[in-house]
Design a protein around this ligand. Sequence first.
Ligand code: GSH
Length: 244
Amino acid sequence: MALKVYADRMSQPSRAVIIFCKVNGIDFEEVKIDLSRRHHLTPEFRDVNPMKQVPAIVDGRFKLFESHAILIYLASIFPGVADHWYPADLFKRAKIQSVLDWHHLNLRLGAAKYVFNSTLAPAFGLPLSQEKAGESEKILSASLKKIESVWLKGNGRFLLGSSQPSIADLSLVCEIMQLEIVDAKDRERILGPHQRVLKWIDDTKNATRPHFDEVHSILFKVKDKLKKLKSEEGASETAVRSKM
Ligand SMILES: N[C@@H](CCC(=O)N[C@@H](CS)C(=O)NCC(=O)O)C(=O)O
């Protein structure tokens, strides 16, 4: 039975797992769990992941959730995966694990909350919050600074001075890509000062093409939709004001 990947491509960690499978030629079935339609709350999905979050996988009788654990499992169990993704060298592995643990409470915390509070909340029936977006932006900017000064220090193009990407590069870059859906000037304010990060994003994209672009295409569709909605809102506000 083929590996099943339960995912929503709007979810950053879901995209990392899907891209990883595609880049490494892992045979899998993608099972779409549409978060906006609450598919993750169904009893069927709860049986796959009791935490009711994507991504999750089922490989035969084995079930697993948490994207970092999934990436480590896939890199370890599928023989065709190139060593650089999760090297056999235990010292290199430990360093990758260190980046992944850091990611959760730093980059992911800042980026995911910033995108939600500045842009996405209304799609989930919640109000935008400038205050929460401002707090998250501080965590996000501090994390980008740390990526440059700690993880991207050295000569390699990728994290930890490597010449080829690991699962940590993929995971962190997918997280930052979520900023594609926020307002262009906000994205420029946040990412603009981090040219080294922008170069690393491009290097990771190039190393995983064409799958990176294909799996991220949903973000650009949502971005266009949000832009359209905003301009329609702007137009109706102008119409109301002109009648006053
Ligand atoms: N630490 C988890 C995070 C998973 C996560 O936050 N998934 C989100 C989508 S990006 C989700 O399923 N949210 C639905 C919910 O929490 O209700 C991982 O890396 O897999």
